[in-house]
Design a binder for this molecule. Structure first.
Ligand SMILES: [Ca+2]
Ligand SMILES: [Ca+2]
Ligand SMILES: [Ca+2]
Length: 199
């Protein structure tokens, strides 16, 4: 008796069963990872915003004559001779025909140098970016318990236990989900939103 077809059928059945399992597992994993991924996206967008803000500050500080462009000389003075030697190729890559960097081009250069990915290296991981960002450092100063949340009490501690009405209001409006604590995203959103009078 030739049992080949049957074996084949069994194999197929097993395979389709396995595929079904993998499929369901994938769906479940995606479902579970959904909120975390959304948070990562939000955190990344906020860190990008912080990064660009920082670049604007540096660029404006270096652009002494205020013509909105950074020459090779100004770039060299930013990184020093050694650094410039290493990074001038990145400068050239983004400078374009005028051989100088606009703010946008400068931001792209800084991204390549400091966040990686531009020259084929691995991009810097999100957690590392957060850890070394000015905002991340600030968050850790506030989050005394290190549980990833700045509670009302931790917030008050930063103002010697007596935050004024404006500080209390700031905390309240930053606490988007009203759980009485600021998570990293709420904290960063607060730091990166313009003060009320500028809105
Ligand atoms: Ca240019
Ligand atoms: Ca905490
Ligand atoms: Ca909250």
């Amino acid at each position: 008796m030739d049992d080949k077809p049957r074996r084949l059928r069994d194999t197929c059945a097993t395979e389709s069963h396995l595929m079904k399992k993998i499929f369901l597992f994938t769906i479940a994993a995606a479902f579970l990872a959904g909120p975390a991924q959304a948070d990562d996206k939000k955190l990344e967008a906020l860190l990008d915003k912080a990064f660009d803000k920082e670049q604007t500050r540096i660029f404006k500080g270096r652009d002494k004559d205020g013509d909105g462009s950074m020459s090779r000389g100004e770039f060299t003075s930013l990184y020093g001779e050694g650094g410039a030697k290493r990074w001038l190729p990145v400068f050239d890559k983004h400078a374009g025909k005028d051989k100088a960097l606009s703010l946008k081009e400068f931001s792209a250069v800084r991204r390549d140098i400091h966040l990686g990915g531009g020259n084929g290296e691995r991009p810097v991981a999100l957690e590392t970016r957060f850890k070394f960002s000015r905002q991340g450092k600030m968050f850790r100063t506030y989050d005394k318990s290190g549980d990833g949340k700045v509670t009302n009490a931790e917030w008050a501690k930063m103002f010697e236990g007596k935050p004024n009405a404006a500080r209390l209001a700031q905390f309240k409006s930053a606490d988007g989900n009203k759980d009485g604590a600021l998570d990293r995203i709420e904290f960063l959103e607060m730091l990166l939103s313009p003060p009320r009078r500028e809105r």
